[in-house]
Write a protein of this length. Structure first.
Length: 756
């Protein structure tokens, strides 16, 4: 162990690097068969699936936040470019489709033609540059399946928030599509009455409806295509995959060059950047993005590391969206019939909803951004919870009469439980509880995002002042709600030792009707400690500022700064109360070995998670360089439930726990499965797992596990290099640690060196 773990305390300021990291291009040498063989491209808040089929350049466009009345996350549409010279025909040996990571663009090339596609990083605009050495006629088409109202069938109900309580007349309403001479406007304008109104009534909140956040009523989104040199000619109808569509066709004659611009800010108030300006500034941003962090490897690990990097590119495409990258496909879903032949639906379809966030899955997409140095990209996720905070506080007060913010597990983008997952209630029931076998009493996932916020400050000095009320209200909910429940059952609000009685509670979706589940206790202990350290330091010193050297668009919030004397005082009273009233993490004996228990007791096992290992990750109470390592290893290796549930599928995080516990052989085996090529042509488009393709929570869990194999911190902040890395894998990395530290190291033939 001493030969493999190097404990050093590094005090290297962020971004003071030894030199540039140069990414490798990702290249295809033949066209694709269909949209499942597409390549991702994007920036700002835009994702494109790009492919060449039968000689035509095709791409879907998506943007985070395009939620319709039903809370389906709609695509903006599909674009098709056909050149009469047919430079990308099947069988041409000079064909190249290149994802150039260093400038964030996709190039489609032959010996005489080049198409360059990219999205501006600082504004939601797509550019397509056409360059041909010979004159060519061209047809540019915008293709939409929403040229008419489309009924949402029961089979399609998973794409929206209604799910299995779908109204009989539910429709995806048609878009407005307006062709002009050399431009096209397309948009969707939501009706004022949406699934938000349905949910409010179903959950009996009509009396406080005017105080609840509603982001989708009347929402308008879409774009404008500018196509200089092209002229609108006609429409045509067709079928792609399993869906009929209408095309608006624009034609150009004898062109060599053209730049098509697609602006996805339908109500733009400022000026669109030029292609030249966008190419420069977006390329600069992507180059700096890859300088923040990297992982390089040789031999059998090279493919694993490449897929890590390709997925990180996909996350960077939504760097500055208003809404976070979704766990169930992100911005890169494609025709669902290519995911599941039983799903012959429109390209808007995905399982587990568009505006619905399954928090247990969503968290995995954002945890790896700490060590990769991408904390600026975490703001979309943090701001989402902040926008939902007033609703979470209002519903808590309305249902139970006490303070705090209750965030459920299947959370809508307007802050309420998904109306289908909410379940059926009768008079006299607790209307605040989800009557759902998987989700009842599960409120603790919000604490992971609170911890991410606090750690983003610790890693890069991010200013988190505006998130302080979120952290306080999430902690306050558990303190007040479990005292409230205890008083409903009996006279005392705590047990005989003065500890909170966390019952009924839940160990993830798995250990139900649980008493003092270890995952919840670990969450409360860790966030309370982290918040206490943050507040104590902040109000004893000058407030920190964001130290990131990579510029980002203005994402400032109108949320007032909560840093008042009263606010500080109320937090420290809460912090002190929780510090003395939180119970200990429960343990149990298996054979002769001490293990972490899922809870003191539980009524049933509902799912296939292992929350008894959450005290290892994400809560880092146990692990390498921390007390109780043997207890945590016993839990991983000897708990029959943990062993039975172990897998590399989807959101499973066994690979993370193995790395955090220094179980190198286990970590290696699992990361080889996790980061193996997916079943589609682009290797980081992973199979649906438990959700949908491309599976982004699998990508996130994979990134976390790989990072933990390379770099961990002890309880007192010392650095551990390669704590679970196979000695036969040569590798180097640049990753981030707490205190604004950037760590660079290399392992070669089992020997560890530090790079300056």
């Amino acid at each position: 162990m001493k030969n493999r773990i190097l404990l050093i305390l590094l005090c290297i300021s962020a971004y003071s690097f030894a030199g540039n990291y140069i990414t490798e291009d990702y290249i295809w040498t033949s066209p694709s068969k269909n949209s499942s063989e597409s390549m991702p491209c994007g920036g700002n808040s835009i994702g494109m699936n790009v492919w060449v089929e039968n000689g035509d350049v095709m791409f879907y466009t998506s943007r985070s936040g395009m939620f319709d009345e039903n809370n389906t996350l709609l695509k903006a549409g599909r674009f098709r470019l056909h050149l009469s010279t047919n430079p990308f025909a099947d069988g041409r040996k000079d064909f190249r489709q290149i994802l150039k990571l260093d400038d964030g663009a996709v190039y489609i090339k032959s010996s005489d033609t080049e198409i360059r596609l990219w999205a501006d990083v600082f504004s939601p605009v797509i550019f397509m540059e056409i360059n041909s050495s010979q004159k060519t006629d061209a047809t540019l088409s915008y293709e939409s399946w929403r040229y008419k109202d489309r009924p949402v069938t029961k089979a399609e109900c998973q794409q929206c928030s209604y799910k299995w309580v779908l109204p009989k007349d539910c429709k995806t309403y048609k878009d407005t599509i307006e062709p002009q001479k050399n431009m096209l406007t397309f948009f969707h304008k939501n009706k004022e009455e949406t699934v938000f109104d349905f949910t409010v009534s179903r959950e009996r909140l009509d009396s406080i409806k005017d105080r609840l956040y509603n982001p989708i009523g009347g929402l308008k989104f879409g774009g404008i295509m500018y196509a200089p040199g092209f002229q609108y000619t006609d429409t045509s109808d067709g079928i792609y995959a399993s869906t009929d569509y209408r095309a608006w066709n624009y034609r150009a004659t004898g062109i060599k060059k053209s730049t098509v611009t697609i602006d996805l800010d339908i109500d733009r108030k400022d000026k669109i950047p030029t292609a030249k300006e966008s190419r420069r500034r977006s390329g600069k941003w992507w180059h700096e993005y890859w300088q923040r962090s990297y992982i390089k490897a040789e031999g059998e690990a090279k493919n694993i590391v490449r897929n890590y990097e390709l997925f990180r590119y996909m996350l960077g495409c939504n760097a500055y969206g208003e809404w976070p990258s979704k766990f169930n496909g992100g911005l890169f879903t494609f025709d669902p019939v290519y995911v599941d032949s039983k799903c012959p639906f429109t390209p808007d379809y995905r399982k587990w909803g568009g505006g619905t966030m399954t928090a247990q899955n969503q968290r995995l997409v954002y945890w790896p951004m700490l060590k990769s140095g991408d904390t600026d990209m975490m703001k979309a996720q943090f701001d989402t919870y902040l926008r939902l905070l007033p609703t979470a506080v209002e519903r808590t007060k309305y249902y139970w009469g006490h303070d705090g913010a209750s965030f459920c597990e299947q959370l809508e983008n307007f802050g309420l439980p998904n109306p289908a997952e909410y379940g059926k209630h009768k008079d006299g029931d607790d209307y605040g509880m989800e009557r759902n076998a998987w989700l009842e009493y599960q409120w603790d996932t919000a604490l992971e995002f609170c911890s991410m916020i606090l750690q983003a400050h610790s890693y890069t000095g991010m200013d988190i002042c505006r998130y302080e009320p979120l952290i306080e209200q999430c902690l306050k909910f558990f303190d007040e709600h479990y005292r409230y429940l205890a008083k409903k059952r009996g006279v005392k609000e705590v047990d005989g030792d003065g500890k909170l009685i966390l019952f009924p509670s839940s160990g993830c979706e798995t250990y139900k009707q649980a008493y003092n589940p270890s995952s919840v206790i670990a969450a409360l202990q860790t966030v309370n400690r982290q918040a206490g350290e943050y507040f104590s330091k902040k109000y004893a010193t000058v407030s920190p500022t964001d130290s990131s050297s990579v510029s980002a668009p203005n994402t400032s919030s109108t949320t007032p700064n909560p840093s008042s004397a009263n606010h500080n005082s109320s937090f420290f009273i809460l912090h002190s109360s929780l510090k003395t009233s939180l119970p200990d993490i429960p343990l149990r004996t298996i054979g002769n070995d001490t293990c972490i228990a899922p809870a003191v007791v539980w009524a049933r096992i509902q799912n296939v998670e292992s929350p008894q290992l959450y005290p290892v990750f994400p809560w880092r109470i146990y692990g390498m360089g921390r007390p109780g390592l043997e207890t945590a290893r016993n839990t991983y290796l000897k708990d029959p439930h943990v062993i039975k549930m172990r897998s590399a599928t989807g959101w499973k995080q066994d690979n993370i726990w193995a790395a955090c516990l220094g179980l190198t052989d286990e970590a290696k085996h699992l990361i080889e499965e996790k980061l193996a090529d997916g079943p589609y042509r682009f290797p980081a488009f992973w199979d649906p797992g438990y959700d949908w393709a491309p599976d982004c929570n699998k990508g996130g869990a994979s990134m976390i596990g790989l990072q933990e194999m390379l770099l961990q911190e002890t309880e007192d902040g010392n650095i551990m290099l390669f704590p679970a890395w196979p000695k036969e894998w040569n590798a180097s990395f640049r990753l981030h640690a707490t205190g604004g530290r950037t760590v660079e190291a290399e392992i070669k033939n089992g020997k560890i060196t530090r790079k300056q």
